[in-house]
Design a protein around this ligand. Sequence first.
Ligand code: 5RP
Length: 264
Amino acid sequence: MEWGMKNRLSQLIQKDGKALFLPIDHGYFQGPTHCLEKPGETIKNIYQHADALMMTRGVLRNCINPAIEKPIILRVSGAATVVGEDLANENLVTSIQEIIRLNASAVSMSVFIGSKYEHQTLSNLAKLVDECEDYGIPVMAVTAVGRELEKRTARYLALCCRVAAEIGARVVKTYYCEDFDKVVEGCPVPVVIAGGPKTETQKEVFDFVYDGMQKGAVGVNLGRNIWQTEHPVASIRAIRAIIHDNYTSQEAFDLFEQVKAGKA
Ligand code: 5RP
């Protein structure tokens, strides 16, 4: 692997082999998402605890200080929204020149496997990988299901992750599911866990992050379960402790309570 690619990957996946990505790209398909109306404000007190931030060029340019010392994973697919016909009908919406101009450490795009737009989104992934590999920029594939959340089984997600890796993604982001080890085992590149809609309780998040890490994930790409919670700082610090400090779910919950109470 050439130096540039290695360097960018090491900005994302830390020396311990683990990673905490904080996505704030939700507006690209659902508009001003709850708690993300002003993305710069949303991340003001939490970005410090993340290893990388994921967003579109619009949010990056308008809401993020260019002096920020965090690698950026640029979301480069889009052009479908929650009020449109089909969320899976995505295309590439950012050129390679723009990716380089914005100094992205990586790019991300969604693939919708099993949908009407499987071929289109997988072909887009291949095109993006070809362009980004020329410049040593890693592509993170997001295995997306749109509104069909029930698709999230180990069998389906294992297929999605493997296909995305075969096409050339350097990292794959997928949903947590039961038997998550089966998803990771069949994927030759690092897998990060997506968050999904906000859970009922804080502990549920710690449970699935802990279990996913035990089963081979390298980390998370988790948004709403951090910045839509009542205590985003406590939440991200507890999740970070699971990822980088080997905390159990219960230990993370105890840390969460301490941070919440201003005792840590
Ligand atoms: C959408 C995305 C988002 O980044 C993703 O949903 C992660 O955020 P959350 O944890 O809120 O689900 O890639 O496809």
